[in-house]
Design a protein around this ligand. Sequence first.
Ligand code: SAM
Length: 337
Amino acid sequence: MTVAPPAEGALVDRYGRVARDLRVSLTDKCNLRCTYCMPAEGLPWLAGPQLLSDDEIVRLVRVAVERLGVTEVRFTGGEPLIRPGLAGIVTEVATLTPRPRISLTTNGIGLDRLAPTLRAAGLDRVNVSLDTLDRDRFTRLTRRDRLADVLAGLAGAAAAGLTPVKVNSVLMRGVNDDEAPALLRFALDHGYELRFIEQMPLDAQHGWDRATMVTADEILASLAGAFALTPDPAERGAAPAETWLVGGGPARVGVIASVTRPFCGDCDRTRLTADGQVRACLFATEESDLRGALRGGADDAELARRWQVAMRGKRAGHGIDDPTFLQPARPMSAIGG
Ligand code: SAM
């Protein structure tokens, strides 16, 4: 794949990486309580006035697309489907020029109902998170008995043409680490593309432990017991997932090994939180306040300039393996996963 050279005004950092993939968190709230993400009681949510309005989100995405060379926009959260204005935001973003690719990371609850509307609004595809196919496990893991809703959401997304439908799974030791082959079988049977994500130190409870996390090597060994995997010859580019062909292809499975095989050198992501802070990295400890600038009357050129300054400070790597590593103050749900 040929990647266009950075446009004047691109989001370039000190190491020459160019951010073209924007992750926008639409809310920090969620209707699940996954144990590796949030405590049972939830978190102190952002107050209404702290959140960017729909119009403010669209304006910042427009600045990113039209002035800063962003070509991919992914909405996430929290749970983006619970944001009432989601379809309207997608509609507006789909009118931008050049038209960015638009995707959504969701837990899938309600997607069976919303998928046709979102497709009509301009959403291209979805990633649906699903860590287990066992109802009791799902209920324990997410603290909600909603497996059937997620499965319906996946089917609804595929039926509405939000394809390829990707499934994100996080494996945890002693919880669901025996389920890799079953999850892959399920994905193959339904035509979904499965991606395992290594668990990262981004939980609100700070319970992550490097020594016990399930690694990419373990996941691949578990899959290899049931499937013939061969490295995918397709160029990886800036994709976080390393992929393998299953049974010679064309079906594929991916592993996002952020911890044991970091891919920071090829990172092309920039992040906007639901309260209008730019983050250069999931693990950044600094943020740049675009909401304050926007509400203070900054014009688009000034917003673009601030965004560029924020990205210039992106560190070379997330440093999880560095003894001085500090987990960011905000958990994944508040940053936008
Ligand atoms: N609610 C949406 C969802 O469930 O996909 C979007 C937000 S969620 C934070 C995005 C993704 O981050 C999910 O696939 C979730 O499993 C993953 N995630 C959350 N905490 C994580 C962690 N500590 N390590 C790795 N992945 C995590």
